[in-house]
Design a protein around this ligand. Structure first.
Ligand code: MSP
Length: 644
């Protein structure tokens, strides 16, 4: 009989900058569910990937002086490295720049257009001419373009629209009939209010940037972000492409995990697109909370991101995975602090779990050598421990099936704490002194080892590196004792189990010292780097070489932006001998009126070059510290004067 399937997805992340622990949060959660479901016998497809198109990436690439594809290739490689480091067992990684995805999106767009679900209209917005960008009222900063600070004016652009507004009632009915569709519950109410306040049709194409998937029948348009992004969940299965043949097998998805800020896109736009395509809807969309630093969301744009590579190197991957899933109830926001992380490592991992492993294995070796003897003597006090051990699996499952990772771990830790208490109650070191208590002592250690085996099975989805270490110290080689199913039965460990103390699985951290160390590291990272003189390693030039450069005073007689290049200004100069044009990358710092009428210094004998369609005949001198640029003005000097 074929296995039941389970399809789970992360959002596809924007590769506009390095992956951070916030991205890791969703991905680790998906990974834990995937591992759990696989252990329960499901045929799991775990999809993740990257959302690579759009104006933001186009601009980032231009700033870095590379093509958008070169830019995303490098960032995406970093995402994949991080997933490897965090032990993410994804089955498929989709990039929206993959050919098969692009082809499917074009076909989906055509189908929606042919069905009348997409129509050509006008996108109205506030336009910044030099930046060639539309903004909404709320995006403006002090009423001006958030990028360059200049005036914006109302404008409209031809665009295709998806008839989202007509789905309002169907969406409300969907939530009503499927109470599980949006989770947690509180997010559902937000969506209902949003729909009731009125849905607009959705702009699904743009002509003002190029980095996107062209609309086949009108290629000056590229598909605008959400239609391209959301459809990844089906294109990755082979919907309207030949790359995969898994659509029938895995769709509809069992769950999409996403952060709360994109619940609207996943529970309004996405189901509406699927309804328009006459396709089944995902079973659940779970919008989890944010990892906060102080009161703000950790995000690239705020520059407050925590680097997961540094954390994993210092504390180990499983400690980080454990912390993320234990500390914050899935669905709520939670603060990331070094204190909280180290406290969790010390109390839950080093004290509770680590100690239980080392005490149990050390006592077994000390009192019985290589193997436990198969003599037994039970006492009533054992029953409570054993009953708890066999019932934990069920409570963990109930919590995991509802994505309550923190509660699931808390349940496992109840067994771990109860086992530690059992050591204090039974006092094996006292039993060891009495030869007649050998059978009782062996029973106590066996019970502890069996509780540890069950705990090790149950933590496997969360901590895939730690559980094999525990199995090894318990002498569990037999794979059938590591299965999810086996966690429901007590007494599977062989009676002559070979326990062996190994390395400490989670060493304790000195909190005060560690915080001091982290503070020093933070200060080091924040300290400005000693400036390296770029003269080092550059050949000196003689006076004859310098004399070859003809510098002269020139007056700016006219100046205007260059429509296709938001960084450049086109200057017309009178250099005393005639008129020349210069394209200069100073648009961020100067407006044309700041320059007209002033005298500048021009490199007059530079070979002309064409920049964004303008022939530039020279360069003007300016001081540049990266963040600020000041043109060298020599007002009052006659045009044509030599600069020596
Ligand atoms: N590309 C879109 C998603 C398209 S899905 C069809 C996008 N990308 S993103 O790079 O901004 O990533 C968003 C996701 O990263 C969030 O939904 C969330 O899952 C995760 N997180 C990013 N920062 C986070 C926190 N500070 N805290 C928790 N999760 C965070 O939106």
């Amino acid at each position: 009989m074929s296995k039941p399937t389970f399809y789970i997805t992360t959002p596809i992340y924007y590769p506009s900058g390095k992956a951070h622990i916030g991205h890791g949060y969703t991905t680790v959660a998906c990974d834990a569910v995937s591992r759990y479901k696989r252990m329960c016998g499901y045929d799991v497809l775990f999809l993740t990937g990257t959302d690579e198109h759009g104006q933001k990436i186009e601009l980032k690439a231009a700033e870095a002086g590379v093509t958008p594809k070169q830019y995303v290739d490098e960032v995406v490689a970093g995402f994949k490295d991080l997933w490897q480091l965090l032990n993410i067992s994804y089955d498929r990684f989709i990039r929206t720049t993959d050919d098969y995805h692009e082809q499917s999106v074009q076909r989906i767009f055509e189908e929606l257009y042919n069905k009348g679900e997409i129509y050509l209209g006008k996108y109205e917005g506030l336009y910044c001419t030099p930046c060639e960008a539309f903004w909404t009222e709320s995006q403006l900063v002090d009423g001006k373009c958030p990028d360059c600070g200049r005036e914006v004016k109302p404008a409209s652009e031809e665009a295709y629209f998806f008839r989202l507004s007509k789905y309002a009632d169907k969406l409300l009915a969907l939530y009503e009939d499927n109470p599980e569709f949006i989770q947690p519950e509180s997010r559902k109410n937000e969506m209902i209010s949003f729909i009731k306040s009125g849905l607009n049709d959705l702009c699904v194409s743009r002509t003002s940037f190029k980095w996107g998937i062209p609309v086949t029948f009108d290629p000056k348009h590229v598909v605008y972000v959400w239609l391209d992004a959301l459809t990844n969940y089906i294109t990755a299965l082979g919907f309207k492409n030949d790359k995969y043949d898994d659509y029938d097998k895995y769709w509809p998805a069992d769950v999409h995990f996403i952060g709360k800020e994109i619940v609207r896109f996943h529970t309004i736009i996405w189901p509406a697109i699927l309804m328009a395509l006459d396709l089944p809807l995902p079973k659940r969309v779970y919008g989890h909370g944010w990892l906060l630093i102080g009161d703000s969301k950790m995000s690239k744009s705020k520059g407050n991101v925590v680097d997961p590579v540094i954390l994993c190197d210092r504390y180990g991957v499983d400690a980080i995975r454990y912390f993320l899933l234990r500390e914050i109830p899935f669905g709520s926001d939670g603060n990331f602090t070094n204190e909280a992380l180290i406290s969790r490592i010390n109390s839950d991992l080093a004290n509770d779990l680590g100690n239980l492993v080392s005490r149990t294995t050390a006592m077994s070796q000390k009192y019985f050598g290589d193997n436990l003897p198969d003599i037994r003597e039970a006492e009533p006090i054992d029953d409570e421990l054993i009953n708890l051990a066999v019932s934990v699996k069920k409570t963990v499952e109930e919590n995991l099936d509802n994505f309550q990772f923190s509660n699931a771990l808390a349940e496992i830790w109840k067994l771990i704490s109860r086992s530690n208490k059992y050591i204090d109650e039974t006092m094996p070191w006292v039993l060891a002194k009495d030869e007649s208590k050998k059978a009782r002592l062996a029973t106590v250690i066996y019970n502890l080892a069996e509780c540890l085996r069950i705990a090790a099975v149950l933590i496997t989805p969360f901590m895939p590196v730690t559980s094999p270490k525990i199995f090894e110290q318990l002498g569990v080689g037999d794979e059938s004792l590591k299965t999810w199913e086996s966690a429901g039965t007590f007494g599977l460990l062989p009676t002559n189990a070979a326990l062996k103390k190994g390395e400490t699985i989670f060493p304790r951290i000195d909190l005060a010292k560690e915080l001091e160390y982290l503070e020093e590291e933070k200060n080091k990272a924040a300290a400005p780097e000693a400036k390296k003189d770029p003269l080092e390693g550059i050949a000196q030039i003689g006076i004859d070489d310098f004399a070859k450069v003809e510098l002269r005073v020139a007056k700016v007689t006219a100046c205007e932006p260059i429509p296709k290049a938001k960084k450049l200004l086109k200057l017309t100069l009178d250099d005393g001998y005639g008129t020349r044009t210069v394209a200069s990358g100073i648009a961020k710092w100067y407006k044309p009126e700041d320059l007209i009428g002033h005298s500048v210094i021009v490199v007059a004998n530079l070979k002309p070059a064409v920049l964004c369609g303008v022939e530039s005949q020279g360069m003007i001198l300016a001081a540049d510290c990266g963040e600020d640029v000041k043109v060298v003005f020599v007002d009052g000097m006659t045009p044509g004067s030599k600069v020596r």
